[in-house]
Design a protein around this ligand. Structure first.
Ligand SMILES: [Mg+2]
Length: 236
């Protein structure tokens, strides 16, 4: 890729299929809460999605804040006993001891960039222990010259990307960002002057990460394999 020195990746739902881990825990939680015949399935589902989005907006992704708050909001509308609350919290905390599967093409794309002239970094927004589990499970650590773990008590933003470019001594205009979160990855990158942005439009991903206006000039793809195709068509 012309004029690119450094490639920064997002991790969740970019290199890993993290949403699937959440979806499976969330489905289990809905099933547990729905065991009470007073709790209609569609209503549980709707209230959960709404409560989760509200908690995420307020406290971001630190699990010890996000899940108790999400269920607190849920309990304002749905009867959930203390016993059930313990069960559903356990389900959600189980996410953080589970390593998501690799996205198709993840290793190939990391190999592509790391065996060429590029510096490769990771900017990820999740608690450190879980990040370590993900990286070690799939042996991904070796691909990154720098791993930036963003503060989970706030949303991922341009400062996180700027920091990673600084550490890798690259001006953002010579950087490429690959991520799925419109605001936290793509708009944030654009804000610090990154010109090459690749947005992975995970059509079945979490709506919160797909909301926002994708900046002009962003390359939109459905997955990593599509990026590999694009790279192979380029000679430089
Ligand atoms: Mg992501």
């Amino acid at each position: 890729m012309k004029n690119i020195q450094t490639v920064l990746f997002d991790l969740d739902d970019t290199l890993l299929q993290t949403n699937a881990v959440f979806t499976s825990a969330i489905e289990k939680v809905k099933e547990i809460i729905g065991r009470d015949p007073n709790n209609k399935k569609e209503h549980v589902s709707e209230v959960f999605e709404k409560s989760l989005a509200r908690a995420f907006n307020e406290v971001s992704v630190n699990p010890v804040n996000e899940w108790p708050l999400a269920f607190k909001y849920m309990r304002e509308e749905i009867e959930i006993s203390d016993e059930t609350l313990d069960l559903v919290l356990q389900q959600m905390y189980g996410i953080y001891t589970t390593a998501p599967e690799l996205t198709a093409g993840a290793v190939e794309i990391l190999e592509y960039f790391s065996t060429r002239k590029y510096k490769v970094g990771l900017v990820t927004h999740a608690i450190e222990d879980w990040t370590n589990l993900k990286l070690d499970t799939h042996g991904l650590r070796k691909y990154f010259t720098h791993i930036e773990i963003c503060d989970t008590n706030r949303h991922k933003n341009e400062d996180d990307w700027r920091k990673a470019f600084d550490v890798l001594q690259t001006h953002p205009s010579k950087g490429l960002i690959i991520g799925d979160n419109v605001r936290g990855d793509i708009i944030a990158g654009k804000a610090i002057g990154v010109e090459k942005l690749i947005w992975i439009n995970n059509q079945f991903g979490w709506k919160v990460y797909q909301s926002g206006e994708v900046p002009e000039g962003t390359i939109e793809v459905k997955g990593l394999l599509e990026i590999i195709d694009l790279l192979e068509k380029q000679s430089d």
